[in-house]
Design a protein around this ligand. Sequence first.
Ligand code: ATP
Ligand code: MG
Length: 490
Amino acid sequence: MNSIVSKFKLNLRLTWTKRVWHSLWFRLIALYIVLVGITLLIFSIYFYFQLQQHEQDTLDANLEAATLQIIPSIDLDNGPPHFRNAINPNDSNGDSPKDLHDKGYFIRLFGAQGQVVESTNQLNLEIPVKTPFKSGYSTVPSVDNKTNWRIYSQELVWRTPRSAVPQQLVGWIQVGWPTFLTFDALTDAYKPLLLAIPLVLLLAGLGGWFLASQVLGPIISITRTARAISSTDLAGRIGETGTTTEIERLATTFNDMLDRLQAAFERERRFTADASHELRTPLTALKGRIEVSLGQPRSQADYVDTLKDLNTEVDRLIRLSNALLNLSRIDQQHQSWPSDNIDLTDLLDSIVETMQPLAESKNIALTGQLAPGLNISGNFDQLTRLFINLVDNALKYTQPGGKVTVSLKETGQFARIEVIDNGEGIPKEYLPHLFERFYRVQPDRTSTNGGAGLGLAISYEIARWHHGKIMVESKVTEGTVVSVYLPLKT
Ligand code: ATP
Ligand code: MG
C-alpha cells in the first residue's frame, strides 16, 4: 500500500515537473535569466580584457618614461655603461635610479657583450638574462616562475658631443616591473562585480516573471474563456484584454471564430428542426389518410383514390428527402466536385428543351435567348441542378398563358444567366430571405405545388462554389428575374 502511495506521489511530482518544464511561463523566465547571464558574462570578460590592456599600456608608458629619466644619469664615456652615482641608499636626487628602484622598478645595465654591469640589488636574481637583446617590450617569467615581469629594453649608444649620429653601441638598459602588482589590483577591483552577478540574475528572474505575466496573462484568460465554451453554449466571448495589439488581434480572431461557429451551429440546429418538421407533416397526413381508410370497409374506387393521394404525398416526400440529401452533400463535398469545361450555351439549351414538356403542360411559353460559345469551368451536374431549380420556380410561380425566358449574355469577365418570368412576383420584404433553407414565401401558397423551400438555397450554394453569385429582382404581379453570374473561362 505504502509503495503504491509513494509511486503515486512520484508520478505526481514527475508530471508536475514536466508541466513546469513545458510551461511557456517557466521557459520565458529561464530564457530571460540565461540571456541576461550570458550578456553579463560576455560584457564582464570583454571589460576585463579592455581594462587589462589599458593597464598594460599605462605600464609600458611608465617603463619607457622611467628609462628616459634614467639614461642621463648613466655614464657612457668611460668603459661599459654604469651609473654616475652608485645606487646607494644615500643617493636620492629626484628621479635617480635609487628613487625608481624604491618605487618598485627593476633596473639593469649591460655591457656591449651582454654582461651585467649594474643591477638593482637582489631583483637581479629574479629575472633571467636573455641575449641577444632587442629594443622594446617583453613579458618575462621570473626565475622561480611565480610571477611575470614586464621589461623595457633599450640600447645605449655612445655619441660624440653635439653630434646626433650614433657612433657606437656601448650596452643596454632594462627597466622592469612585476605585472602581478598591476593585475592583482585589477582582479581585486573585479571581485565585487562578480559577486553582484547572482543578484543581477535574481533581478532578471523577477523581470522575466513580470514580462511573462504581461504576455501570458491575457492568453490564460483566453484559455479560460475557451474552456468555458461548450457546443451547447457558444455565447461566451473574450472581453477587452487591454494589452498589446497582437493579443488583442488574437482575441478578436477568436471571437470572430466563435461568432462563425455559433452561426453555423444555429443554422445547423434550425436546419435539423425544419427538416424534421417538413418530414413529420406529410408523414402525419399519410398516417391520417391510412387510418381513415382502414376505419371502415370501402369500395375499390375509394381505395384507388386514397392510394393515388398517398402516392402524391410519397412523391413529395421523395422530392424533399432528395433535396435534403443534396444539401447535405453540398455542405460536405464542397471541395470534391470535379470541374470540367462547360459550354453554357449548350447546357442551357438542353435545359430549355428538357423543361419544354412541363411548360407546355402548364401552357407557358418557355424560350431561350442564348449568346453562343460562352464557356466556364464547373461541374456539369451541379450547374444543371442550379438552372433546373430556377426554371422550375419560374414555371411553378407563373400563371398559365405566361412567359418564361432563359437568357445568356457576356458581362465583362462573367457570364450572366437570367431566368425571367411574368408570374406572380415576390413582395419586396421577402426578397432578402429567399436563399435561406426551407424559406417559402407564404407557405400556404406554395405547399400545393409541393415546394420545400430548398431549391434556391441549393442554387445559392452551387453558384458560390463556382465563384459566382445569384440575385433576385421581382415586382408583385409583374414577374421575377433571377440572375446568376459565373466567371468565364479565360
Ligand atoms: P423547392 O424548390 O424546394 O421545391 P420552393 O420552390 O418553394 O421549393 P425555392 O425554390 O427555394 O423553394 O423558392 C423559395 C420561395 O421563393 C418559393 O417558395 C417562392 O415563394 C419564391 N419564388 C422563387 N422563385 C420564384 C419565382 N420565379 N416567382 C415567384 N416566386 C418565386
Ligand atoms: Mg423551387
